[in-house]
Design a protein around this ligand. Structure first.
Ligand code: PHE
Length: 463
């Protein structure tokens, strides 16, 4: 079995595939917003510290588990310790819940890309366009299905010819697009209502200069919690993905180096997404415009901003939405692969059969998510105070509840049940040094589980 498992053909292939998973909608529609809200550079510094400690610990753990067991999430945890098989089951359910709604959002991005491509950018920027699109009968379902089928096709092609190949092409292009739009964003100028010129550089200052102004101790805690929640989601941990990808890493590859590169890639893209978005939002919408994140930012504010830019706006919008498609697609393939590899390892299915099975399940659930804005519309209250439709409920369950539970379980398994050396030995077996070994031990046993517990309690609205 071990010998037959396919693998990434190079460590670069693994790094780009894992970075492709990590770089997603979160980097683009949530990171910049949190940074602007949480005191600019203050958030950036806190985030960076957490990447190097908390993020590093969880990412290393999952990739090492994958490579050591050569199993996908559903079977890996049980192999490590018979009492911990439940983590695998939960870690496999998370991507099964995420993939339908991720494809629905992917479909929305595709729709906006098509709108900008066909010269309908103006219409897409008009008030009410987004709501009327997502509440319409068939269109969201069709776009979701296209996005899902494209993902399924790449997974069907396999680890090296599908995932690795696509990541090696899309990720470098994505970097060029993000940096290109970021530079453009710094050059824009526009008068505000009073006729004063606002510039992209002023927006950049809001983003990167740390501001502690008016911040109490409690606010600083909020910044830390925001950064941690964002990081956790951004690195694609606690949903089996990094275990699945880790299981395809060759035994001779240097894990430490790859993990550092993935973290740098993900953080740089998030940073540049901020340089791309914050100055543009500031110039055209002022500070008030910065309160939008998520779909509101991506599908309402951004199209308006592109149209304000005049003639270049259509081109910039087109590149922007193409870049978001790349980011979402490389994340989506990692979600599907976590499930498909689990089905293959657990039930002995072929890749084709596992892909078709999960695609059909995701398609059915995706239709339900779309109908959540149409025939199945309701407003449900969540414990954290938000009102939710089907999409939000699935997002809440997977991200806020199940993922922290998976991560806490992983910390207990590695930190206490089998001991941190399980992971450390896997990392150093190629003769590489484990740079932050003591930090790792303290993090995995004590600090990470406590931080994750706080995240979980926050999700339940307890703190
Ligand atoms: N890490 C991705 C991001 O930052 C999100 C993601 C979620 C990826 C779920 C895979 C699975 O947007």
């Amino acid at each position: 079995m071990e010998n037959k498992r396919t693998s990434f053909t190079s460590s670069l292939g693994f790094v780009l595939a894992a970075a492709g998973s990590a770089v997603g909608l979160g980097n683009i529609w949530r990171f910049p917003y949190l940074a602007a809200k949480d005191g600019g550079g203050l958030f950036l510094v806190v985030y960076l510290i957490l990447v190097l400690t908390f993020g590093f610990t969880l990412l290393t753990t999952e990739v090492a588990i994958g490579r050591k067991t050569k199993q996908s999430p559903l079977t890996a945890y049980k192999l490590i310790h018979p009492k911990f098989g439940w983590i695998g089951a939960l870690a496999c359910m998370v991507p099964m819940i995420i993939i339908p709604y991720y494809c629905v959002i992917g479909g929305w991005v595709l729709k906006y890309f098509v709108a900008f491509l066909t010269g309908a950018g103006e219409a897409a920027a008009a008030d009410g366009y987004f709501t009327s699109f997502i509440t319409s009968d068939h269109e969201p379902i069709i776009y979701m299905a296209i996005f899902l089928l494209a993902t399924a096709f790449i997974i069907y092609l396999g680890v090296d010819k599908g995932i690795e190949m696509v990541s090696k092409i899309l990720m470098p292009v994505l970097i060029i697009f993000v940096v290109g739009i970021a530079i453009f964003s710094l050059t824009i100028k526009h008068p505000d209502e009073a006729g004063n010129i606002r510039t992209g550089f002023e927006g950049l200052k809001i983003y990167i200069i740390p501001s502690l102004e008016g911040k109490s101790f409690k606010d600083v805690i909020v910044v830390i919690m925001d950064a941690m929640g964002q990081l956790f989601y951004s690195l694609s941990i606690a949903m089996g993905i990094m275990v699945a990808y880790g299981s395809y890493v060759r035994d001779e590859d240097n894990l430490m180096k790859s993990i550092n590169q993935i973290e740098i890639f993900d953080t740089l893209v998030a940073f540049f997404a901020g340089v791309m978005i914050i100055p543009a939002v500031y110039v055209f919408m002022g500070r008030e415009g910065m309160s939008a994140s998520g779909p509101g930012l991506m599908f309402i504010s951004m199209p308006k901003i592109f149209m304000e830019m005049g003639r270049v706006g259509t081109a910039v919008g087109l590149i922007f939405f193409l870049m978001v498609i790349f980011a979402a697609l490389t994340s989506c393939i990692s979600i599907l692969e976590a499930i498909v590899s689990s089905f293959m390892d657990r039930f002995g299915m072929s890749r084709d059969k596992a892909t078709v099975t999960e695609t059909l399940i995701a398609l059915a659930m995706g239709v339900l998510v779309c109908l959540g804005y149409n025939k199945l519309y309701f407003e449900a209250p969540l414990p954290n105070g938000a009102t939710a439709q089907i999409l939000d409920i699935m997002d809440y369950l997977s991200n806020n509840i199940m993922m922290p539970v998976v991560a806490i379980g992983t910390c207990i398994l590695i930190g206490w049940a089998v001991k941190p050396d399980y992971v450390i030995d896997e990392v150093v077996k190629t003769g590489t040094k484990f740079g932050r070994k003591n930090l790792y031990k303290v993090m995995i046993r004590f600090i990470a589980p406590v931080l994750l517990m706080v995240l979980l309690l926050q999700a339940f609205g307890i703190i």
